[in-house]
Ligand binder design. Sequence first.
Ligand code: FRU
Length: 500
Amino acid sequence: PTFTEPYRPQFHYTPPTNWMNDPNGLVYHEGTYHLFHQYNPEGIQWGHMSWYHATSEDLVHWEHEGVAIPEEGNEMIFSGSALVDHDNTSGFADDGDPAPMVAVYTSHYTLDEPDPDTGAETDQAQSLAYSLDGGDTWQKYAGNPVLTHNDANFRDPNVSWHEESEQWIMTVALPEQHKVQFYASDNLTDWTHLSDFGPAGATTGIWECPDLFELPVDGDPNDTRWVLQVDLNPGAIAGGSGAQYFVGDFDGETFTLDEGISEDDTHWVDYGTDFYAAISWNDIPEDDGRRLWVGWMSNWDYANDKPTSPWRSAQSIPRSLHLTTVDDEIRLTQQPVEELHTLRDTHTTLDARSVANETVSLADDGIAGTTLELVAEFEPGDADAFGLNVRTGNNEETVIGYDTASESVYVDRTNAGEDSFHDDFAQRHDAPLAVNDDGRVKLHVFVDWSSVEVFANDGARLLTHRIFPDAESDGVSVFAEGGTAELTRLESWTLNSIWA
Ligand code: FRU
């Protein structure tokens, strides 16, 4: 692979070849960010699930390390998390060994014969693998699995150290029951059931890949909440698979929703089609203090059909997570990590201008490209809609707009390029968004060879989409419909490839 194939993301992680889905085992250790992911060593469709390993020193450039935990016999290696067992609570390290890195994953077993009681042909349980050389080589724990359940669907264990109760906490999904379960352990091998959360929020599809973490509210370390995020497939806001979250408290035993938050309300992590199965990094050093994650930029509705070769799928850009009070609601907001600034190349700033019921190409202003970071701020004026078109050309465009009547930010990919692989791909998706207190709408956009990520009003709403435009479609334009909007700021950077 050259990493210049059609649609190959230039600043998003992809494996060199083959199928990828969920990020797994995100953990930081001694200067290295580890990213494992679901991977098919044998093909470009889902199957033979194994964990592939990649590493980065800067969250931006990635080294491919190869398969870390392979499928073997009747056991596929489904999603999970990784941690560093600093105090060797597991006893996996002998004297003189470094602290074990431990992967907690779901064993997906194909049964020799269907279960006599339920007729199930597969089973799932939680298992461990460990590395005594900082993640280079892995062995499966001889006592696997470490946690079973009488439900055939029981997966995606997410384990981290809970400071307050001084124990390992596992968050794990019962997908068909729309429940997240919490377990505790002193040694990673023996687990005690603590409690369940759910059903709640959106339950039209199965629940997968939970994540649980604590964040300050509006940056105040003395005012924190716990966030429980859980993925839903199908039935997400933009169709197919997507992510929801709950804000509350976790006391080492039970997750309780914040006062005033109803079990019936759904809070979406992202209003686009292509952000799924995100989990956050374990063990980010305290002096950094950020909570960081990536999500799988795909959707189970068409994941197997996307028109790329010899690899399939990408991870989102790394993002930091925050709780921010927006419209009297404590909302999960996201920001692109600052490390991405190192990719910035040609910088262009436009003078403020009115956009009067027109679409204006920015080619003459020197703004164009297939890998771009854009920051635009608009005052709505009397326009019905306004925004940016990106990846324009060859009779196509991806529209990033704001609709003043419905007060929503949207991405429209009805005419964004190749879309014949899935009937519902060519659509527009909206997210409710009030105009900022300063009277403006701010769009922070990352454009790559086959994706658009929109952080609206400083990450108050997210829209993540895959697009498959012509390689020649590198235009950017601004538009206003039904009136005049003021473009008060536009900055653009071309972004360098991480693979060059
Ligand atoms: C989510 C998921 C997980 C599972 C993995 C299998 O995308 O379905 O629940 O562990 O993918 O590849």
